[in-house]
Unconditional design. Structure first.
Length: 376
């Protein structure tokens, strides 16, 4: 974005850039806007098409017309809000700053392949920034620091070794520069795949959400459900050397390798959000148990899983991707105290999640007041 701002654009050139980005964003995220007949979608006719295509969602309805709105509707409203802001910015000729939400993904599609994946600083600088922000938030809430912190970028050699052992044991295979876990071979050896959510095995929607485009393109995979342990890097992605060529770790493998390095072949409790149950935690289990099992004996990598419910607002998961969140630091700048915020979280059952609402806030304040005035 900074490179684009530094360029000297004529007014027509900048308008063309914005119009192209506007169209590309709609094509990817809001295809119903493009089904209307007539002129191409632009900032001028956007509002009319938005109301015609998504009016029911905007007034609180659902995409299907049934049930209550949830994450899908929240995501739809987020995309609509981004295009609404961009349309206004384009019409007011305030494109940079006003239409960044649609410009950023478009510019990423233009320039991402020019990034040198061997230079990891562009990636680690971003993660270091957010790690520092997170630790600062935890300090502000008086949450103790963890005993050990691991980072996947320092574990890539161990990850390659871990993956290679799974291959040697017959539970993974190389294909087109990537390595995939062989679910059929794992089950044939007497192991159970998707133990945490057996009902989700083969669920295409969950696989696509977890694996992204990798679940749609077989890319040499023996079965659609086989997941990547090591992935051949695309242009613009981070790159490390491996026995299978230049690539990067799969999504699940880093957790198995780092946890096993610190805790060994078995851990008592493993936790995470309920949305990680399948495929992430089920895949973690499978690849770890494939690594540690010996002579046909099934291995238990984790004794207990604790899956927490989400923080939610108006029925939708509080999420950066949905942009329906308030940061801890912003909340603490209001009349929230660290203690008060922790009480809000404690009022919900760990596995049910917490619905952030004015009523919840009132309950937390009442509970804190009662504790403060009660005799010891």
């Amino acid at each position: 974005m900074e490179l684009e701002k530094a360029k000297t654009y004529t007014e027509p050139e900048l308008a063309k850039l914005a119009a192209t980005a506007f169209q590309a964003y709609a094509e990817k995220n809001l295809p119903e806007l493009l089904k209307a007949h007539g002129p191409s979608l632009d900032a001028a006719n956007y509002a009319e098409r938005r109301d015609a295509a998504y009016g029911k969602v905007l007034v609180g309805g659902t995409l299907t017309g049934e049930g209550k709105p949830g994450d899908a509707e929240a995501k739809m409203k987020m995309h609509l809000a981004n295009l609404t802001s961009a349309a206004q910015a384009i019409q007011e000729n305030k494109i940079f700053g006003g239409a960044d939400e649609i410009l950023l993904p478009y510019l990423d599609s233009l320039y991402k392949e020019s990034i040198d994946g061997h230079d990891h600083t562009i990636f680690t600088n971003v993660t270091k920034y957010w790690e520092d922000m997170f630790m600062g938030d935890m300090d502000a809430l008086n949450v103790l620091r963890p005993d050990v912190i691991t980072r996947v970028t320092t574990y890539v050699p161990q990850i390659a070794t871990f993956v290679d052992k799974i291959i040697q044991k017959g539970f993974a295979y190389e294909a087109e520069g990537s390595v995939y876990f062989d679910i059929a071979a794992f089950e044939k050896a007497g192991n159970t795949y998707a133990r945490l959510r057996p009902d989700a095995k083969g669920d295409k929607a969950l696989l696509e959400e977890g694996e992204g485009s990798e679940s749609k393109n077989l890319g040499g995979k023996r079965a659609a459900g086989d997941f990547a342990l090591w992935k051949k890097s695309k242009a613009g992605e981070p790159v490390w050397q491996s026995p299978w060529g230049e690539g990067r770790p799969g999504w699940h493998i880093e957790c198995s390798v780092m946890a096993s390095d610190i805790l060994g072949s078995n851990m008592d409790i493993h936790s995470g959000g309920v949305d990680l149950t399948f495929p992430h935690h089920d895949n973690e289990l499978a690849q770890s148990e494939a690594y540690f099992c010996e002579h046909g004996h099934v291995h238990d990598w984790v004794n207990y899983f604790l899956h927490m419910g989400h923080l939610s607002i108006a029925g939708s998961k509080m999420s950066k991707s949905l942009k329906n969140f308030q940061t801890i630091r912003d909340a603490l700048k209001t009349d929230y105290t660290a203690r008060g915020m922790r009480i809000v979280f404690l009022l919900g059952k760990w596995n049910d999640g917490v619905e952030i609402s004015p009523d919840m806030r009132t309950m937390a304040e009442g509970w804190e007041t009662q504790v403060n005035v009660s005799p010891l």
